[in-house]
Design a protein around this ligand. Sequence first.
Ligand SMILES: [Zn+2]
Length: 169
Amino acid sequence: MGTIQCQNCGKRIIEKERICPHCGHQNDTKSETPEKNETSSMILGYIGASLMFLGVFLPAIELPLGKSMSYFNGGKGDGTFLILVAILAFYYVFRQSRRGMFMSGLTGVLLIGVDLINTTSKVADYKSKLAASSNFARLIGNVSVGYGFAVMSIGAVLVIIAALMIRKA
Ligand SMILES: [Zn+2]
């Protein structure tokens, strides 16, 4: 039978008896589980924030002739805003702020979602214009939504999941 230290008075007590016979303090013997949760929440949160950050510089729109436009270049300020959101997410993961992580992840999801809708409709517009134009333009004119959006979305969702993994204080 192992002993643990009373969280209140510091005396050794039997591990199974959570209530300290010396001071009456009710010790939390399940203290190892939240710590493990916090570690995986932190790792997941950092991965999520990193993906949000990196995704801003990946192709958001694939352009003809192997060119692409990133969210940072093409988003007209939204890419820069998402970088700020990602930095905030990093900070809140470090602070293990459930609310802060949740809010920054949610802001990311909403921002990325709105811009994905805009980008998709722009790409559709461009494609319908191409369809009406010459064969040559159609040949070189492949435009599509880039994988940067997928990376950013996964990052934002991971931050939200990481936030939900933290137990309410
Ligand atoms: Zn005690």
